[in-house]
Design a protein around this ligand. Structure first.
Ligand code: FPP
Ligand code: K
Ligand code: ZN
Length: 475
């Protein structure tokens, strides 16, 4: 492990260093694939009970002297230190590999079935479940079967809302499930799922003009978007709206007016972005804000804007904890595997900007990929699927975003202005595999597919769907 990276981290976090931790990153080992029997559906569902029956295993109770959060954070550090020390004591053979077979059996194992009653509380998240599971399958380098793709497409067409107003304007978009109103987050997940299913016959049943009508109904005079009629406006809504507009090739002034300046107002004194002006900086909202900027404009314009880039870098690198190796979502809060994407994706976009501006051809990382990969492999793997942290059970959301984060560890993005001009600024980044073992050690069994950091899809999928609509509607 390069000492440079450890130095940056030690300085940035101001947390005492464990001497054994650095040894940890030089452990180079492969564990041969264990032959895991693909569990039947009932076994998977029983296992999922831990995640969806109660969320209480991750709640922080209030202690007597400390806040519940601080207590919980200290307990988490001890748990994770114990895991790392056990691995170090047992020697390099015990270093966990990505248990691909197990995670593949989790994603493919659930995808094709109707979900049982305990999932009723996720009824408004069905498009999300489809996206998380299908995205994970591809990140894990497996193909989706025709059956899986058809099921997803059929379901999405069933829940696609088409409405007409008194002026005969037509609207199209998705709610979270059947009989649910148009919702930006549900629609974002639905459209990413359609990008993954890659069925042009299905794509042809959605009309970009009608989607644009739906988006504009949610646009506020201040430039931002609300999630749904009567709903909240935040950087998530903006990000979802812009992703949708980009993919359907309807990103014009009507959609983009005032958005960039509104996003700038969401940058806080800490450097990260909040959901709306005046709130607390958070990893989820920060990713949404920066990725939205990558859809709105090119890196040179982002760098020349009113964005406080130095503060953003400082806040973002502060999210990585020296002991845990993983990221937190906000100051003083707990490490969580899903921030491997929300913060990891932010790191990747920041690096794209830094490297775009740098005269040097060598890639300059801003996070410690080895430590993040260690956290993911040692702490985020459940028996099947991936999780927030030790003590939590795997769920669909964490499985996807931990894998997105692992992909970020293994790649960096190079921005090509030619692609930006030919297609759109959002499609300017090309992922490169990291082969420099000073940055990260990648065993072949741990490799996941390259990610498109802007859309949260494997590379190429968003651009393919965009190109389809661009061709179909530009004649
Ligand atoms: C805090 O939860 C989390 C939030 C308030 C929202 C985070 C936003 C995202 C993850 C982005 C979603 C993106 C899209 C595209 C819809 P918490 O208090 O349980 O977690 P924490 O302690 O880690 O902050
Ligand atoms: K959390
Ligand atoms: Zn999480």
């Amino acid at each position: 492990m390069s000492s440079k990276l450890s130095e940056i981290n030690d300085e940035a976090y101001g947390i005492g260093n464990i001497t054994s931790f650095d040894e940890f990153s030089v452990i180079r080992n492969s564990i041969t694939d264990s032959t895991i029997k693909i569990p039947d559906f009932d076994t998977l569902i029983e296992m999922l009970n831990g995640s969806y029956d109660s969320f209480s295993n991750c709640d922080a109770p209030l202690g007597e002297k400390l806040t519940g959060t601080i207590e919980k954070k200290m307990e988490t550090e001890v748990d994770i230190l114990t895991i790392y020390e056990d691995i170090l004591n047992e020697g390099s053979n015990s270093f966990p590999k990505l248990n691909k077979k197990a995670h593949i059996s989790f994603t493919h194992g659930v995808i094709a079935y109707p979900l049982p009653a305990m999932f009723s509380k996720l009824d408004a998240s069905k498009t999300w479940i489809a996206y998380w599971l299908m995205n994970s399958c591809i990140l894990l380098e497996t193909e989706l079967s025709n059956n899986e793709k058809e099921n997803a497409s059929k379901f999405l067409l069933k829940i696609l809302n088409t409405n007409i107003n008194d002026n005969n304007d037509q609207y199209q978009g998705f709610g979270g499930g059947e009989y649910q109103i148009f919702h930006l987050a549900a629609s974002y997940a639905a459209i990413l799922t359609l990008a993954l299913a890659k069925d042009q016959n299905v794509w042809s049943q959605i009309d970009p003009i009608k989607v644009k009508n739906s988006l504009l109904e949610l646009k506020l005079p201040n430039g931002s978007f609300i999630m749904h009629k009567g709903g909240e406006s935040d950087t998530r809504a903006v990000y979802c709206a812009l992703c949708i507009a980009q993919i359907f090739d309807i990103l014009d002034d009507d959609i983009t007016k005032g958005v960039f300046d509104w996003l700038i107002e969401c940058q806080t004194y800490e450097g990260g972005f909040s959901g709306e002006p005046g709130d607390e900086a958070h990893g989820g909202y920060t990713f949404c804000a920066l990725a939205a900027m990558f859809i709105l404009t090119s890196p040179d314009k982002i760098l020349k804007s009113n964005l406080n880039f130095d503060n953003l870098i400082k806040w973002t690198v502060d999210r990585q904890y020296n002991l845990e190796g993983g990221f937190s979502g906000r100051t003083n809060k707990l490490v969580d595997g899903c921030y491997s994407h929300w913060i990891g994706g932010t790191c990747s976009l920041i690096e794209t900007l830094i490297n775009y501006n740098s005269k040097s051809k060598t890639f300059i990382p801003i996070c410690d990929r080895q430590k993040l990969q260690n956290y993911i492999l040692c702490c985020c793997q459940d028996k099947f699927g991936l999780r927030d942290k030790p003590g939590c059970s795997a769920d669909f959301y964490h499985t996807n975003y931990v894998l997105c984060g692992l992909s970020m560890c293994q790649h960096y993005q190079v921005y090509d202005d030619k692609l930006s001009v030919e297609f759109a600024p959002a499609f300017g980044s090309i992922p490169q595999k990291i082969s420099d073992s000073d940055i990260i050690d990648i065993k072949s069994g741990n490799i996941v597919s390259a990610i498109d950091s802007v859309f949260g899809l494997p590379y190429g999928y968003a651009k393919d769907m965009y190109s389809y609509y661009h061709k179909a509607y530009s004649m």
